[in-house]
Design a protein around this ligand. Structure first.
Ligand SMILES: Cc1cc2nc3c(=O)[nH]c(=O)nc-3n(C[C@H](O)[C@H](O)[C@H](O)COP(=O)(O)OP(=O)(O)OC[C@H]3O[C@@H](n4cnc5c(N)ncnc54)[C@H](O)[C@@H]3O)c2cc1C
Length: 380
């Protein structure tokens, strides 16, 4: 039986980054992935992700966000494929919505550069957006686009280059932990390691059953609307956006980076497991997004050219799960999703590598404690 320093289960956004950082630090790493490299069954596909820093979700995220941006820029130097593209970002809505008020609070508290714009100013500076007179927008100059598939490829290539072994099509089936180490079983092999990192995305609840994590899978759709004014909606002119458009319709979008303007909404359908997620597009999913694109965006056609489904893994408080397993300090549990985790993947790899090697994480992770849900771990 082969023995490793650290075993990483799940090689999506978080796992490929963890494997990369661990291997760079000289750890002997084995990564196990259920599917092929860079697949579309989980949460890290769809050709673009938004990054931003005036974070309405809370100022606690800002130190991680700033380090994540440094690491994305560093990753960019390792590959000719695009990793990161600054565009600036608009958080749009009535001034009292969490999207605008929360972003402003974080920007002020953390002294981040920002501008608060009224609807008339947005109309002249960013004519791609049709705001109502009572809406405003917070402009975050430190926002832009990440290219998730390229990020995963670059992180995985970096891990292999630094000596990690990555096995695809070999899911972790079970694991046990004790103070002496970890044993992991797959259908074909058994592996031993000092530490285990569980970065299994939408499958996490089933992989760490004893924690009874209250994670819910939310199926989402991404829509691409073709440009009819390409110069208006190109990434050179159009910022990424989050928009609280009223009537509980919250949406986000990415400018045309070669395939049309991408729009998604935060109105998904829930299931307990990824296998039970309904991947079919219904009229009730499509109608509000099409109406939004037709009524509130300029420079795009009203009918999408493509729709792709993707999974969120949501914690009830919408914060991440990140930290040592409460009963097994040599097992690190990571579910950094709740719909907003991708921009953190670069720094999460660094943090997870520190946790898995017994170092201090370097950031306050109190908000993300896997034991915070008040459920006692099952014994055994
Ligand atoms: C539509 C959509 C839009 C989003 N937009 C944004 C955005 O704009 N900005 C942002 O920051 N975030 C965004 N997010 C969130 C972000 O993409 C996720 O937080 C992130 O991709 C989660 O990464 P992950 O590593 O946890 O999951 P994944 O990348 O899905 O990785 C989990 C991996 O574990 C593997 N696995 C599962 N079980 C096992 C097992 N037993 N053994 C081995 N491998 C296993 C899976 O196959 C998978 O590859 C969005 C998400 C979606 C769905």
């Amino acid at each position: 039986m082969t023995t490793y320093d650290v075993l990483v289960a799940g090689l999506g956004g978080a796992g490929s980054s963890a494997a990369f950082h661990l291997a760079r630090e000289g750890e002997r790493v084995l990564g196990l992935e259920r599917f092929a490299p860079v697949h579309a069954h989980g949460s890290s596909h769809g050709r673009s992700r938004i990054y931003r820093t005036a974070y309405f979700e809370g100022p606690e995220y800002v130190p991680l966000l700033l380090r994540a941006q440094e690491l994305w820029r560093e990753l960019q130097t390792s590959t000719p494929e695009p990793i990161v593209r600054p565009t600036g970002g608009l958080m749009i809505g009535r001034p009292d919505t969490p999207t605008v008020a929360g972003a402003l609070r974080t920007a002020e508290q953390c002294r981040l550069p920002h501008e608060l714009l009224d609807a008339a100013t947005v109309a002249s500076r960013f004519p791609q957006f049709d705001l109502r007179s009572e809406e405003s927008a917070l402009f975050d100059p430190n926002a832009g686009v990440l290219y998730p598939e390229n990020c995963l490829r670059a992180q995985s290539a970096g891990a292999v280059e630094a000596g990690a072994e990555l096995h695809y099509g070999e899911p972790l089936v079970s694991w046990t932990a004790s103070a002496r180490g970890i044993t992991v079983r797959t259908r074909t092999a058994e592996y031993r390691a000092r530490s285990l990192v569980l970065t299994t995305g939408a499958w996490t609840r089933g992989v760490v059953r004893d924690l009874r994590l209250p994670l819910e899978i939310e199926r989402q759709f991404m829509f691409w609307f073709p440009a009819n004014e390409p110069e208006l909606v190109s990434a050179d002119r159009m910022p990424v956006f989050l928009w609280d458009a009223g009537d509980e319709f919250q949406t986000y979008g990415v400018p045309d980076v070669g395939d049309g303007v991408k729009v998604g909404s935060w109105r998904g359908k829930f299931s307990r497991t990824p296998e039970r997620a309904d991947r079919e597009l219904h009229q009730s999913d499509a109608a509000p997004v099409r109406a939004f694109a037709a009524e509130r965006l300029r420079g795009v056609r009203a009918r999408e050219r493509e729709v792709v489904s993707c999974l969120y893994t949501n914690a009830p408080d919408r914060h991440f799960v990140l930290g040592p397993h409460p009963k097994h300090p040599n097992v690190v549990v990571v579910s950094a999703c709740s719909g907003h985790g991708f921009k953190f993947m670069s720094v999460l790899g660094e943090v997870v590598a520190r946790l898995a090697t017994g170092e201090a994480p370097g950031f306050d992770l109190g908000l993300f404690d896997p034991g915070r849900f008040g459920r006692r771990p099952r014994s055994g």
